[in-house]
Design a binder for this molecule. Sequence first.
Ligand code: ADP
Length: 474
Amino acid sequence: MSSKIGGKLYRRTDIKLTLWYVFTFILSTLIICGFLYFRLKHQLIKEIDQFLLDETMEMERVLLQASREIHFLMRFEDEVMGRKYYPFFFQVLNGEGAPLYTSKGFRELGYVVSEEVLANVMRGKETRERFISSNRRTPYRLITTPVYKDGTLHGIIQVGTHLRFVRKNLVHFRNNLLAALLIMLALGTLGGWVLARRSLSPVGYIASKTRSITPENLSERLQARGTGDEMDQLIHTINGMIARLEDSFKRMAEFTADASHELKTPICALKGEAEVLLSKPRSPEEYQEGLTHFIEQFEHLNRMINNLILLSKFDSRQAEMNITPLRLDLLLKDIVNLFRILAEQKEIELIMEPFQEVKVRGDKIRLQQLFTNLIDNAIKFTQKGTIQVTLEKDKKYVTVKIKDTGMGIPREEQANIFKRFYRVDKSRSKDTGGVGLGLSIAQWIAHAHHGRIEVDSELNKGSTFTLYLPIYKA
Ligand code: ADP
């Protein structure tokens, strides 16, 4: 199977699929990475806060002991100044908000207590804030905690540390993510591209193969890969369409060949008869007899040509249908009565059971033609005997049966009699003048009315043609 996919870049499905794939890939990766980044940041800040709160608790304990607090705070500062990681600074204010002790690091920050912090203190709430030092542009974290003793504000503790390590960790993490993202993007794009090309590769084959199929090679088929996927389903669908086209091309060719043959035979016969008539001088009676015969033959040819025109109109869906609700029982009764004389001439008893009133939606002329064809056949293929016409109905369908006691149709032939130009035994239709179009026209009309015709017949005993039509309910 070739895998050529061509066309302008922006129109190519593989490019579009890859771009969509890359776009969704980037979007989802960015969301995941963003989530991880913020989770990490949150976690790191939480740890810093925990650390600052621990230190606050330590100082709070000292502050509440009342005596020697300044001395302790000085010692405390000496101790924390020496720490390499997370050195912290602090400030202790008394109950009125005046500084009691400010560590060296704190003084250098240039921090000013905001209104909001003070308001929180008054409400007994701690405040966690992040701020940037004015001189060094380093981010800091500061927790302000009020200390209460016997229900009154005893002091305020402010403990802070820089966030340099947090920032460094986050920058590292972000750089790693970015590197991973680039690698994943490159691999993802490649994977998406390969996937898109692979899944679309049969399209090129389908397009070029379908393009190469013409009326001359309609017997060729596309090769399915056997994977059972959508592409295989598409190939089966196209194959089905080609098969239907092949079938209808074949039927058209057969139809044309049959029609030419059916027209050629009587025309040749007529020509021969005319030549014989003209071969020597004849009496006026002989000419009259010959011309009368010609007229009969022309009428037969005319009927056949009309039928052929009708069938080709059916095929090209140009046959006009004038569908209206109509009383099928009345229509059938009229037609049966029209055939009475013909039946009597052949000593056939035409029995019509009393019909129930029934309405169908249909084209009156076409339905008349359908019944004419069926009753005409019954009379044509019955030598003496009876023809019984019945009409029954159930909830959905009306059933019309035309049962004769004629020559019948062999079982193996019954499936073919609705085909065009099909005659069971040409010799039996010789006298009747039929060319095998009547039943195909009748069946087409039945189908056009959402109905069908079935046949049940036994050789030398008779045939029953049954028509089913949907009942019209207003
Ligand atoms: P035709 O114009 O030859 O009658 P139809 O299409 O009407 O063509 O019928 C096809 C063939 O079916 C006929 O040639 C005939 O042999 C057979 N057939 C149709 N109706 C009957 C019937 N009622 N009894 C016996 N054979 C029938």
